[in-house]
Design a protein around this ligand. Structure first.
Ligand code: NAI
Length: 253
């Protein structure tokens, strides 16, 4: 059991990568704090984990609300402790050239993808530094290391996540706190469905997308969750400030 007696807080855990991460962490013995703006979905994830013999609770948490993030982290830390924070919640935007992206869409994506991660680090770091240990795993994207066409706002925010994480690793390392980023390639989740739904033929677009990957397929959420689990656990005890690309080799060829 790689996370026995550990408490793991995961944002955006009602669905996709967050959900898979919650399930994997519970399988490895963690007490999982499932958080999301989707209360029904989040509660269902926590209930399913408990039904499987794991330990999970659900908290409503909108990552853009700094006060709420601080309150949830404080309550969790007092009740269960706080060992790992996975800042996973994220959002996309309709594909469009930069000059056609409304400021409101740009700001929304920044609020969720950048300020949401910032809020999580801001809430968790004082406690983690004080206790002398902690692991933060932020979910970036291939768009953290590549600039994707018609995804300028998303790429901007995911690049920021990677470098914010490096700064956190540098600052908090002396206190025994690690911070890392996981950068997934396209992964089968509802976010990807929304992205594909903008195409004339979503199924054909999915096949073409998969064909561009050396492994000729997209990732399953569990494959990203396994990378997050590794970075969260003591197996990665000397890994900090790292951006772990999990893209089936896409970005290397
Ligand atoms: P998803 O749509 O399946 O799950 C995202 C979850 O975040 C949902 O449960 C949603 O309710 C929640 N959420 C959205 N806004 C929130 C907010 N303000 N506060 C709290 N929760 C909120 O998407 P997926 O794919 O699992 O995405 C998870 C992360 O992975 C995101 O950061 C995304 O950018 C990243 N990612 C996804 C890729 C993909 O191809 N699916 C590729 C690269 C990165």
């Amino acid at each position: 059991m790689r996370l026995e007696d550990r408490t793991v807080v995961i944002t955006g855990a009602a669905s996709g990568i967050g959900r898979a991460t919650a399930e994997r962490c519970a399988e490895e013995g963690a007490r999982v704090v499932v958080t999301d703006i989707d209360s029904d979905g989040g509660e269902a994830v926590a209930d399913a984990i408990e039904a499987d013999g794991g330990e999970a609770v659900f908290y409503d948490l909108d990552v853009t609300d700094a006060d709420q993030f601080h309150a949830v982290v404080e309550e969790v830390a007092e009740s269960y402790g706080l060992d790992v924070l996975v800042n996973n919640a994220g959002t996309g935007h309709p594909g469009a050239s930069l000059e056609n992206v409304d400021d409101s869409i740009r700001d929304f994506v920044i609020d969720v993808n950048v300020k949401g991660v910032w809020n999580g680090c801001h809430a968790a770091l004082p406690r983690m530094k004080e206790q002398g240990h902690g692991s933060i795993v932020n979910v970036g994207s291939l768009a953290s290391i590549l600039g994707l066409p018609k995804q300028a706002a998303y790429s901007m925010t995911k690049g920021a996540v990677l470098n914010l994480t490096r700064a956190v690793a540098a600052e908090a390392g002396p206190y025994g706190v690690r911070a890392n980023t996981v950068c997934p390639g396209f992964t089968d989740t509802q976010l990807l469905e929304q992205y594909l739904a903008q195409r004339d033929d979503p199924e054909k677009a999915r096949e073409e997308m998969a064909e561009e990957y050396p492994l000729k397929r997209l990732a399953d959420p569990e494959e990203i969750a396994n990378a997050i689990l590794f970075l969260a656990s003591e197996e990665a005890s000397f890994v900090s400030g790292h951006g772990l690309v999990v893209d089936g080799g896409f970005s290397t060829c």
